[in-house]
Design a protein around this ligand. Structure first.
Ligand SMILES: [Zn+2]
Ligand SMILES: [Zn+2]
Length: 235
């Protein structure tokens, strides 16, 4: 639990001005434990613009002025966009300006002072099938909360079920990673729409389930408090 004992940084306000360069897409779950991850936001933004995610990332960074050397840095789309590294900080600054929204940093762990926090992030994507089902039933866009990417989180706090790491594709006949659309999930290999029924869940026993409750309380403080402080300042 050592790496969860972090200090919340008094992150400087990012001032944004002008008009949004991209569609004004609101980040989801702001102010809650289910706040959207930056990976998810960038993915949704690319789908709305109908461009490849990598092209969007390049476009976000191409006019970044604060540190010219960073622009040359190759930003790769992945779950590493959600931590608190310097490159994430620059991406958040660039994106905040382009979408005219100063809340982008809450989609990452930038407000945590201990650096780097990569050790606390998962290396592969996992998800909660029930959460996706609820979003689909409510006709909402599918999004991935930041908490799914924290290495300590193995269970969905809303549904108390283990997170999922693979989905069975009846066409390819094996466990596959998934590709996310705005409203549906697809097989990365054959592009079939997946029904999420047959999934490979993380192995979480009863003892670990109890431990998860403890971890989740800690994580809630780390993720929700900085957002609440910011929202209260606006009131
Ligand atoms: Zn869930
Ligand atoms: Zn397939």
């Amino acid at each position: 639990m050592k790496s969860l004992e972090v200090i919340i940084d008094e992150e400087k306000e990012i001032f944004v001005h002008g008009r949004s360069y991209y569609y004004t897409l609101q980040p989801l779950g702001i102010g809650t434990l289910y706040v959207e991850s930056l990976t998810s936001y960038v993915r949704r933004l690319s789908l709305h613009h109908n461009v490849r995610i990598q092209h969007l990332l390049n476009d976000i960074m191409k006019s970044y002025q604060n540190d010219k050397s960073v622009v040359k840095c190759h930003y790769k789309y992945g779950i590493n966009l959600n931590g608190n590294s310097y490159t994430v900080k620059c991406l958040v600054e660039a994106l905040s300006q382009k979408v005219c929204n100063s809340q982008m940093r809450f989609l990452t762990l930038l407000h945590l002072k201990n650096k780097p926090i990569h050790a606390g992030m998962k290396r592969t994507e996992v998800w909660c099938t029930e959460c996706y089902r609820e979003m689909q039933l409510n006709h909402e866009e599918l999004y991935e909360p930041l908490i799914w990417y924290l290495i300590y989180i193995e269970v969905c706090p809303k549904h108390n079920t283990p997170l999922v790491e693979c989905c069975y594709c009846s066409k390819c006949k094996s466990d596959k990673k998934i590709k996310r659309g705005l409203h549906n999930i697809y097989c990365v290999d054959c592009n079939s729409k997946l029904d999420l029924v047959q999934t490979k869940k993380l192995d979480v026993n009863d003892e670990r389930l109890k431990y998860q409750q403890f971890i989740l309380k800690k994580v809630e403080e780390l993720i929700v408090i900085p957002q609440s402080l910011y929202i209260n300042k606006l009131l």
